[in-house]
Design a protein around this ligand. Sequence first.
Ligand SMILES: *Cc1c(COP(=O)(O)O)cnc(C)c1O
Length: 382
Amino acid sequence: MQRLSSEKASRRSTYLSFQPPAVGEEEIEAVAETLRSGWLTSGPRSEELERRFAAYVGAKDGVALASGTAAMHLSLLAAGVGPGDEVITTPITWPATGNVIVHCGARPVFADVRDTDLNIDPAAVAAAVTERTKAILPVHLAGQPADLDQLLALGIPVIEDAAHATESIYRGRKIGALSLATCFSLYATKNVAAGEGGMVTTDDDDVAGALRNLRLMRRGQGSLYDVSVAGFKANLSDVLAAIALCQLDKVEEHAEIRRRHVAAYDAAVAELTGIRPLARDPRDRHALHLYVVRIDVEDAGADRDAYQSALHEENIGTSIHFLPVHRLTYYRERYPDQPRLPVAERAGDEVLSLPLSPAHSDADIEDAIDALRRVHARFAGR
Ligand SMILES: *Cc1c(COP(=O)(O)O)cnc(C)c1O
């Protein structure tokens, strides 16, 4: 093994978290100010977030919700998804993407992914369409837009899981208003992080109106109230919206830090046999939410699990995005006749996400790279 001169010999002294939040004094002050304002539930700050988030993604409207999961669940309901319907989605996602289909009483139909970027394969989607297909729910994995043109061409409503795609641009068009509803997450690790929260952006007034009815029982006039729909309690607190507003102010600054980190990873991983990043399409803007590599057991000398444990021993935190949802216990038991999805199943054994957060310094990422080089030298033995 040819040793690179920059490579350090020993492991990092403190644990490097996988994706720590990047909050500063601005967020702390904004929370304090919100608490002093006396308005804790949804109010002026969540309304401001709706306007500013929609403006950032170029959509007509935004609806703030309690989570990305609620954003997808209520969007499916707004699209009329219910019992007897099928919704086609990707197996390479967080289980919430499948769960929300189940919550609507519909059946999740998993279509296989492309080997390049692990986004849903439009040809597999086309093959899975039946007369019961009510919607398609693609994920922009890691921040790489799925092939929306091909999905939209099927003529079935598309609702996007854009939890990773806040900054993404697909063929020159910003992700946020390209389909019926685009669902973002404000979870603690996401590119705009409030701790918890979600946002749906849409150009469709009916969808926005339905979401506002579904998220909260609205107040009526005077002391009277009435309900026209059995709504959920899925609105966003102003305390969290205040954090999200600060994060939105920093979204491009944070993206620039991650872009630097990703460039360092790309250069390092290019030297390591059997380890390669997911493909990023140069025609698009990738949101760089995750840096996912695939570990080929033959060429890398060990499997993903061995690499993950060895990196943990090196004090480097990693994560897995994702295990195929259709192979998880609930889905195997509830839908025992799921077809095999060979591309997704192989990927589920190979993917490993390296530390990536604007809270990391360049030196932190160099530590992660040095550790990966040491582990690779040990396993690949060259
Ligand atoms: C985070 C995430 C979600 C869920 O978002 P929450 O805000 O945690 O409910 C959904 N899909 C994907 C792909 C995610 O990464």
